[in-house]
Design a protein around this ligand. Structure first.
Ligand SMILES: [Zn+2]
Length: 130
């Protein structure tokens, strides 16, 4: 066990900003961890083409994405001084988590063809404009 206020990431000695997945992490490693998780979810989505019967994201994955978003928001709202890059990363993580969670909600809430209908009407709007 390291110092309680130091990041749990191996070899890192920066201050902890949040805990995530039972690990206390500094800002950099929190962001890295979130990106890793979200990347893996994106990769999983690509492996399963739309229309496949199996759910692309498990409930557990959505919980993790939800935790990711909450922790990122916590850090944003805390008194930690963030530079512009750090703000941008946290916002990026928040929005990405939202995408992941909403994608699953759409899949669960609507039949596949309804999503296609939506896409079609968007295409039509785009065509009308051009
Ligand atoms: Zn760290």
């Amino acid at each position: 066990m390291g110092h309680p206020e130091r990041c749990d990431w191996g070899g890192c000695s920066r201050s902890v900003v949040t805990t995530f997945g039972e690990k206390a992490l500094c800002l950099d490693h929190f962001c890295n961890r979130c990106y890793e998780i979200l990347d893996a979810m994106e990769a999983g989505k690509r492996l399963n083409p739309a229309g496949s019967a199996s759910p692309l994201l498990t409930k557990r994955q959505v919980q993790v994405a939800d935790e990711c978003a909450r922790k990122a928001l916590d850090v944003c709202m805390s008194k930690i001084n963030l530079n512009n890059l750090e703000r941008a990363r946290l916002l990026d993580i928040l929005l990405w988590c939202g995408d992941v969670i909403n994608a699953l909600a759409r899949r669960n809430g609507q039949p596949e063809n309804e999503r296609d209908e939506k896409r079609k009407s968007t295409d039509q709007r785009v065509q009308q404009r051009s």
